[in-house]
Structure formats: C-alpha cells, structure tokens
Design a binder for this molecule. Sequence first.
Ligand code: SF4
Length: 242
Amino acid sequence: MNYADIKTIDIQDGTGVRVSIYVSGCHFHCKGCHNKEAWDFNYGKKFEDSTIDYIIDLMNHDYIAGLSILGGEPLEPVNQQSLVKLVQKVKEKYPNKTIWCYTGYDFEKDVLGDMFKKYSYTRNFLKNIDIMVDGEFVEEKTMVNLKFRGSTNQKKIDVQASLKCGEVVQLKFGDEYRYEKKPKVMFFKEFDDKDSNEVNEENTNIAVSVDDEVVPIKQSFEIREVEEKIAAEGINKEKSNV
Ligand code: SF4
C-alpha cells in the first residue's frame, strides 16, 4: 500500500485533535472529490513498518484523541490488508484513543453484507475501528457545516455496536463525543466544576458556541442536528423538483 499524506494535527476528521493518514488508491472517483491525486494506487510513499512506528509516536500525546484513516479508499482490499497491522498496534498501545475510518463503500451492503463475511482481514480490521463514516461523496448533497462528513448521504456508524447486533447502528448528532474517555472537545466556557471531565446529558455547565450564542452542549447538538435535517430535506426537495 502507498499513502498520500500523514497529518500530525487534524481537527476536521473526527473528534478532538487527531493524527490522520490518507491512503492511496480509490476506484470510486466521486465527482468533486478533494483528494483526486490519491485515486492512483501508486501515488505517494510506501507504507512500511517504520510508517506505523511514526504514527504510534505521533499519537503519544495526551492531546491526541485518536487516529483517522482516510483516502483514497482504506477499504480497497490491498489497503485493508496493510492497515490491519496499523489499527491493531494503535489499539494495543492506546486502548483509550479512538480510530475513525472514512470509506466510500456502503457499510450495510458492502462491508457487513459482503467483505466481513468473506475476508478475515476485514474482520480483523473492523474489530479495531470505533467509528466509520460510509458512502460515496455526493457533490449535490454537500453542506458546508456538516460535522465530520462531506455530504448528507454519508452516515456515522458505531462499528462495535453494529458488529455486536449484526446491523447498522448509526450515531446521532453529537454522539461521537461520548466515545472519548477523556473528551478533547474545545469549549468556549470552562467547566464550572474543574474536577469534572465528563460530557453527559445532565452536565449543562459545558457550553459551546452556536452562531455566536453560547448554549449548553446538549442543546447545541440538538440545534445542529435539526439544522442538518432541515438542510438535507431542502436538498432532497430541490432534487425531486428537477
Ligand atoms: S471515496 Fe473518497 S477518495 Fe474516493 S473518490 Fe470518493 S471522495 Fe474521493
């Protein structure tokens, strides 16, 4: 496997501050893809054991919440086989940090319904993934402020819960923060209780900014979830009128 890039600090592709790797090779060729150069399987540098050591090293900071794997397409068979070793090592060394993976495949049909049944490397890979964002990027369904996804058709999936019950368990807006043992959310107001490090529904002291207004974090999630739904419905309505 080759990889296009490794970002030492990434705050866009998952919760908190993360390390990300962009693998090379993708057959989807979505219209409007931002990483076209990574469609070529030979683009970039060779992924080697030393690359894994480098990533493990980069993650060795309290402020790093986890690893995000993007592309290109991480679930192309050749890429999955190389990535198994990486995700196993990351989970072994940092069991409390999360691993996010972005794929153009449909999780229900292609991943659970096909690859998972056929390939042991897929089973070993998924065992170590916390959250998967699935589906091709659809330019007509983009929204500027969409959290951790490019277009509204893409889903944020709890991989371990899905494997447990054998069907897709989707995250609701804001749920991803509850996966962090020590959440690395950027708050606009410090916790009133300095000893508290929990993000939960009762803790209304935690606040974030929504359109310049400071509101409790739970409320902000609800506002943004509704905004996403309205925008998604608007986009679908426009499409059906064409
Ligand atoms: S799946 Fe991702 S990397 Fe591949 S073409 Fe689509 S947006 Fe680009």
